[in-house]
Write a protein that binds this ligand. Structure first.
Ligand SMILES: [Zn+2]
Length: 132
């Protein structure tokens, strides 16, 4: 096991103090914080939850800590995930199919490149069992 998300974050913060099991406070790196106003806790799945009582958002805090938002989430190793396409990717395939269908409906032929892309989009949507 490598360094967990929470260890990585805590190592960048000042005045880290364990409040109780799984909950810390520290100085918020995103604003001038002299008394710790950042609350840090760890969800059951290993996701790091941060809350600055001065109102900094999570993205400002991780950036100020030199981390990225994805650093708040557990490494993928702990939860093997199928590489599932994003919603944007699926929507893109749908658009390709819609454009192809519109062209065909108008009696236009797809050129071989567009036809190949159209077929690929159809195949991808079929494999994902989503309706074009
Ligand atoms: Zn703050």
């Amino acid at each position: 096991m490598g360094v967990t998300s929470i260890e990585k974050l805590l190592s960048t913060l000042d005045k880290v103090k364990l409040v109780k099991a799984g909950r810390w406070i520290a100085c918020c790196p995103a604003h001038h914080d002299r008394t710790p106003s950042l609350s840090i806790s760890e969800a059951q799945d290993g996701t790091v939850l941060i809350k600055c009582w001065a109102g900094c958002n999570a993205s400002q805090i991780v950036k100020a800590a030199g981390l990225e938002l994805r650093d708040l989430f557990p490494a993928r190793a702990s939860k093997p995930r199928m590489p599932s396409p994003s919603r944007e990717a699926v929507n893109h395939e749908r658009t390709v199919v819609a454009i192809g269908n519109a062209q065909l409906a108008k009696g236009e032929n797809l050129n071989s490149k567009d036809q190949a892309r159209f077929n690929l989009a159809l195949a991808r949507l079929e494999r994902l069992a989503v309706k074009p």
